[in-house]
Design a protein around this ligand. Structure first.
Ligand code: UDP
Length: 327
């Protein structure tokens, strides 16, 4: 089937494009290249430059594509996703993550696309009482990133009901790692996520890794997260897209590994593979103590399970970053 991928030049988008092509689908990438890279778009995908906020351009692309077969499903990755940045720049997050989704949905409705896969986040759960999150749990975000994603989830549901749009909403936990080909990975100027920062420190691009806070209510005092390999996550998108097109049924699914690791445990696992320096510093604003996915629903409804573990995540990110460094 033909799949439209908004944000297909970005980190998760580009990995999903690879998996869609590996599964035999036809892929159309739409990206404004603000954070994504043109080189990250697989050569077998068709690329259109455009902004998620530009409804007219989205419709134009979808109409142009219709000549060779209509787009069956649209995947939306084009979002801002850095928790601390959302705390300092909330308006930018509402603009991109809420208004951007509104414009894209309007474009899909206008062009007659009936299925959408949307990237949401564990941040919608806020500070869950037990740390383990189920899709039916109460949602109460503690940062603008989570708040804007939750608003978008709800918008998709209402728009879907009104306009006959089926949706698959994925709530991502901590996504990391790189494709086995090492052709793509997380390549940004401003890295804020734990795994790539560890690797940059191990590769000598930074002096010291900071562990943000060791006074959380967790066994070792550092925050617990659920790390999922980007390839496992991308594979789930292929299954989710196929599912909603074939079964016309809405889905809301967590995507994580189902296992929690504290920041210190991630650092320890990385230290078994590479050497680097770290220190404890102040807490970072907007960080909940513990977020772990319950992935039962994704297992049951998609027949999906994560196949790669923390070691694969660390090793692939390191190998990709080393490749970038060596040109
Ligand atoms: N973290 C850290 N040092 C860093 C980057 C992140 O201690 O240099 C911690 C962060 O406070 C959080 C966890 O690692 O507890 C995961 O953060 P990340 O930014 O990777 O993802 P998030 O959970 O915010 O989406």
């Amino acid at each position: 089937m033909k799949v439209f991928v908004a944000g297909g030049a970005g980190y998760i988008g580009s990995h999903t494009v690879y998996e869609l092509l590996r599964a035999g689908h036809e892929v159309v990438v739409y990206d404004n290249l603000s954070t994504g890279r043109r080189e990250a778009v697989h050569p077998d995908a068709r690329f259109y430059e455009g902004d998620i906020l530009d409804r007219a351009r989205i419709v134009e692309v979808l109409e142009a594509e219709r000549e060779t077969g209509a787009v069956a499903v649209a995947l939306h990755f084009a979002a801002k996703l850095i928790v601390p940045e959302s705390v300092t720049h909330p308006l930018a997050y509402y603009h991109n993550n809420v208004e951007g989704v509104r414009q894209m949905l309007a474009g899909l409705v206008e062009a007659g696309v009936k299925h959408v896969v949307f990237s949401s986040t564990a941040a919608v759960y806020g500070e869950p009482q037990h740390g383990e999150c189920r899709e039916g749990d109460y949602t109460l975000p503690i940062n603008p990133y989570g708040e804007t994603k939750l608003a978008a989830e709800r918008m998709i549901r209402w728009v879907g009901a009104a306009h006959g749009l089926t949706s698959c909403v994925f709530r991502y936990f901590n996504v990391a790692g790189a494709d086995a080909s090492l052709e793509i990975g997380l390549d940004k100027d401003q890295l804020t996520h734990l795994v790539p920062l560890i690797m940059q420190t191990a590769l000598g691009q930074r002096d010291t890794l900071s562990i943000f806070g060791n006074d959380y209510d967790t066994p070792d005092g550092t925050c617990i997260r659920d790390y999922i390999h980007v390839t496992d996550l991308a594979r789930a998108h292929v299954l989710g897209a196929e599912h909603i097109v074939n079964r016309q049924e809405d889905l809301l699914l967590n995507l994580g590994s189902g296992k929690g690791y504290s920041v210190k445990e991630v650092v320890d696992a990385a230290e078994e593979l590479f050497s680097f320096a770290y220190e404890y510093t102040e807490r970072r604003p907007g960080d909940p103590a513990k977020l772990i996915a319950n992935i039962q629903k994704a297992r049951e409804q998609l027949g999906w399970r994560p196949e790669l573990g923390l070691r694969d995540i660390l090793q692939s990110d390191y190998a990709y970053r080393k490749k970038l460094l060596c040109g």
